[in-house]
Design a binder for this molecule. Sequence first.
Ligand SMILES: CC(C)(COP(=O)(O)OP(=O)(O)OC[C@H]1O[C@@H](n2cnc3c(N)ncnc32)[C@H](O)[C@@H]1OP(=O)(O)O)[C@@H](O)C(=O)NCCC(=O)NCCS
Length: 307
Amino acid sequence: MDILPVDKTDLHSLSEFLKRNLVYENITEELAKEKIFDDPDFDPEKALKAIINSEIVGFMQGVVRKFKSRRTGFIKLFATDEKCRRQGIASALLKIIEEKLWSENIEEIRILDSSPNYLQPGLDPRYTEAYVFITRRGYEKFDEDVNMEVDLEGQDFSTDREEEDLLGQGIEIKRASPEDRQLVFSFIDENFATSLKEVEVSFKNRPISTHIGLKNGRVIAFATYDANNLNTGWFGPMGTLKELRGMGVGRVLLKRCLRDIKLQGRKTSTIAWVGPIAFYGDSVGANVKRVFWRFKKTRPNRVNPWS
Ligand SMILES: CC(C)(COP(=O)(O)OP(=O)(O)OC[C@H]1O[C@@H](n2cnc3c(N)ncnc32)[C@H](O)[C@@H]1OP(=O)(O)O)[C@@H](O)C(=O)NCCC(=O)NCCS
């Protein structure tokens, strides 16, 4: 078996490999490219394929994300071909990638939830072999979240009346425009900093896939779609300033995004990494579709030279 960095010429075989082995996902070549090669922190030294007889039989990708002054490592994707499992392939890949990650001065490694570019916000526990694999290798569950799904058919997501009411209270709702860039980015950075990178991605789309609420010229709320897992109907993130919650601003912004997604010809939308289940259920009839468990491993203690 050879272990080598992946390169763009592997895209087709890699996406076919992931399609076969990640059985709960809808992997396309476009999605595989976005996850692997278009990741802003893609590093071929940490995106490795295992090859036997010129065929990809294993793959694992690690990335390091920097948030403010904190650096975190992630194993963002991994799989071994079904016919080659339990032969130590994923263990060999993990050993190399973990060593690289620890050497980059990080304090913890997490599994899959590698925002802003992530396939899923944690491990779907139905991947039982993966659950056993990572827990036996020292990863511990620390949180869980869900993806919800909205049926877009049969709902028109019109918001005219609600928007009129909000306007009466001095709140304007609109799609963000290129001129709003600075205003929106500083609002997100100040209040929802972990969402900033995804909102930045949405400003590259045409039309911009972020809607905002404004009061007295200040941004007070936002909702974004098509900022991760592009062209899959992916909704999120969103946020309203604490003191202005409960007025219906978030609901209107959510509906505007879902209307756009429906206009793309989609029948469903995924509301990712939730969060306030009741809000999405009440606002647009969303239901929990998938559950994810989040795992982390903290840096093993360095040997104390004085002991
Ligand atoms: C998880 C996965 C990558 C492991 O790959 P692998 O190459 O078989 O892993 P290794 O051979 O290095 O290690 C397997 C270890 O996982 C655990 N394991 C895996 N399957 C198991 C099972 N059915 N029962 C018990 N333990 C199991 C064991 O600890 C095993 O070690 P052992 O064989 O020494 O007992 C592989 O099962 C897989 O591709 N699953 C589907 C894809 C997936 O779930 N990806 C994660 C989401 S992105």
